[in-house]
Design a protein around this ligand. Structure first.
Ligand SMILES: Cc1cc2nc3c(=O)[nH]c(=O)nc-3n(C[C@H](O)[C@H](O)[C@H](O)COP(=O)(O)O)c2cc1C
Length: 361
């Protein structure tokens, strides 16, 4: 059995003191312009002890990529100053700091961005109230790839130890890979290979920037292994994509799952969990972060049978000292909440509640 207290040195040289990471979770508390607030800094500082790394809630790389009010931004140099305070606090608590970067694409809203939402193609997402996106031009696609590079440059200046490219949960990067949202007939759409081109180009641009850091700087990639829409990303598509991702000099892959033990919907892949299939394909060449439903020490240990790192989300919201408790540094008992109830019990009103409930419960 993997001991979660073992350290892990990533390809870039960034060293994690143990196998526990905070799952990226927006707390929708940034200023109207996306600048991190004191409340958010305190939120992370309180939860950074006993973790190998904190992955922040997602930050938009351009203004039109903002998904909701209160979201972090990394779209301008003005964001760097306050984010440096955030990395300072996380480091003070002894953890590495990773910034998650994204563009919401068609999951954004005109009410938030002030303009028509954009995506790979002009196809709306399948939820009530989803807006019809405008198809991105090829020039805009190049600008967006550059924006991910600039976001990485800013994260380096702000003192982060890495960035996580958010290619999951239905946002723009996934929208390019998905046959539902990507109906393009140019070089950016069509075959599986062409739909993978945008995510891979973003990865290359971010890795290039990371190499200029002059210090170890990690680049991770988060993905969702399947979509339930018709058409949608099939589990087999994701297994193919993983082989492409393996060719990149990524520090880790992070699979977004509601529960780490969940099986796929594909008849051909029923023998084990999605996490187990993915771990097998990676064959130890890139560390894998598993996530979803970790509430106890036993869950952490079970997850680590099929991953190198365990991400903890809602449990850290309700029990900020959970990592210290399960490692024995604190003798108090971890808070136990039934799975799915954690967000409801949060002390703060969460405007993301309905959205999150649909997605993660
Ligand atoms: C309040 C909240 C905010 C979230 N925000 C993000 C986010 O910004 N980026 C992301 O990739 N996932 C986000 N997630 C998903 C989590 O990273 C995680 O995958 C999910 O909560 C399942 O793990 P858990 O059962 O340990 O909470 C969020 C989840 C919650 C509960």
């Amino acid at each position: 059995m993997m001991n979660f207290n073992q350290s892990l040195k990533l390809r870039s040289g960034v060293e994690l003191k143990n196998r526990l990471v905070m799952a990226p979770m927006t707390i929708v508390s940034s200023f109207h312009d996306g600048i991190v607030t004191q409340e958010e800094i305190q939120h992370y500082a309180k939860r950074s002890k006993g973790l190998g790394a904190v992955i922040t809630g997602t930050a938009n790389v351009t203004d039109n990529g903002k998904g909701w009010a209160g979201e972090l931004t990394i779209a301008t140099d003005e964001a760097i100053g306050r984010l440096s305070e955030l990395t300072g606090e996380i480091h003070e608590a002894g953890s590495k700091a990773i910034l998650q970067i994204f563009h919401a694409g068609r999951m954004a809203s005109m009410k938030v961005t002030g303009e028509q939402v954009v995506s790979a193609s002009g196809v709306a997402a399948e939820f009530a109230g989803a807006e019809l996106p405008r198809e991105l031009t090829t020039a805009e696609i190049s600008e967006l790839i550059e924006a991910f590079g600039q976001a990485t440059r800013r994260a380096i200046i702000a003192g982060f130890d890495g960035v996580e490219i958010h290619g999951a949960n239905g946002y723009l990067i996934q929208q390019f890979f998905s046959p539902h949202s990507n109906r393009r007939t140019d070089e950016w759409g069509g075959s599986l290979e062409k739909r993978a081109k945008f995510p891979l180009a973003v990865i290359d641009r971010v890795l290039f920037e990371a190499e200029q850091a002059g210090r170890p700087f990690a680049v991770g990639y988060r993905f969702s292994p399947l979509e339930v829409t018709e058409p949608g990303i099939q589990f087999a598509d994701s297994l193919w994509f993983l082989k492409e991702l393996k060719k990149k000099k990524l520090d880790y892959l992070h699979v977004s799952l509601r529960h780490f033990d969940r099986k796929s919907n594909a008849l051909a892949y029923q023998e084990k969990s999605q996490l187990a299939y993915i771990h097998e394909i990676l064959a130890g060449e890139i560390p894998l972060i598993g996530v979803g439903g970790v509430r106890t020490k036993a869950d952490v240990e079970a997850l680590l049978e099929n991953a190198e790192l365990a991400a903890i989300g809602q449990q850290l919201l309700v029990d900020p000292e959970f990592p210290l408790k399960i490692s024995g540094e604190l003798t108090t008992t971890p808070v136990e909440k039934p799975f799915g109830k954690a967000i409801k019990d949060l002390p703060m009103p969460h405007p993301m509640f309905k959205y999150l409930e649909r997605r993660y419960q």
